[in-house]
Design a protein around this ligand. Sequence first.
Ligand code: NAD
Ligand code: MG
Length: 379
Amino acid sequence: MKRISVIGSTGSIGTQTLDVLEQHPGQFSVEGLAAGRNIELFLEQVRLFKPKKASVADKGAADSLRPFLPAGVELFYGEEGLTEVAAGTDADTVVTAIVGSAGLPSTLAAIDAGKHIALANKETLVTAGHLVTELARKKGVSLLPVDSEHAAIFQCLNGERLGDVERIVLTASGGSFRHLNREQLQQVTVEDALKHPNWSMGAKITIDSATMVNKGLEVMEAHWLFGMDFEQIGVLLHPESIVHSFVEYRDGSVIAQLGNPDMRVPIQYALTYPERWPSETKRLSLSEAGQLHFREMDLERYPCLRMAYECGKLGGTAPSVYNAANEVAVARFLNGEIPFLRIESLIEETLSRHTNHSADDLDTIFAADRWAREIASSI
Ligand code: NAD
Ligand code: MG
């Protein structure tokens, strides 16, 4: 029996994680579940999976949930509740599926408590990659990627020597607006932006895919997960999302991982690694796919990717500022406050006001995160 906790259980990754568990009855126990404010769905999940600990966003949400809670479920809320579910249960593995740098404290608490991490929350590695990976090494826990590109690279590296790797390449679908030029991007709406061609995901990451911030965050995530220099990490447009990413070796061999786009496959692998368990996912037929397309990435079309490389190379507080400014910009876009192209200029302006410094501890990282949020909200 594998013991699991899920942080962010009502979201896109969270619900697909619970799908995976349901496909393997008797093989998993759910020790803890945490979510935000979707009380109705959360209650269904709690009734079905009967975790020992559950947590919601705040006291109000907890109060409305409490009367309906099945016996034996301890209820928490807020930041403390997240930490309780992440670190205070008998889970062996914690799935980190909340969105944004808000996931950092609970992820660190889980690692500190010796839990393996099935890592969906990439913002955690972007803002504090050095602290997270160092603590994981010290505690002897694994950071198993859920992000499809990183799950692919992880599989392509299996059994290989890191010294033999020349380069890794992350594929990018291009998001909702991949057929539009910058001129056309001036007119797009929130509704258009939320229609991703290949994946059904949470709102924030769907917008991040359209701006290419998502790929930028993934480049930094790959840097920390696989110890690659930024010069060794490439990005290639691949509209079909079938080649999930690949590794180029020094003998000229290229190893790629392929499959139909279905997040339940990388989620399951992160939970069962090093084993592979059966899955009902639709089988890939290359003859049905017929053709696969690849295009070089244009950093002028996608300035957010250029800025991500710059911030990644700079290190220090720059990645946190990039991430926090983006979180605010995306929220403002989703609220209808700013047009789509303003997301990238808000990030750029926030970065231009920032004086980069080293980020040796959490306080420095949180301070940079708060500072960037203030700037990006006020511009
Ligand atoms: P989502 O918005 O669908 O879900 C987020 C979940 O976190 C919800 O359950 C929400 O209630 C909960 N949550 C948010 N803030 C919270 C808080 N402060 N306290 C408690 N719960 C909180 O997001 P998603 O698309 O599932 O993405 C989650 C993470 O996984 C992100 O970091 C994203 O980048 C990453 N990711 C997602 C996908 C995907 O296919 N959706 C793929 C790769 C990586
Ligand atoms: Mg991804």
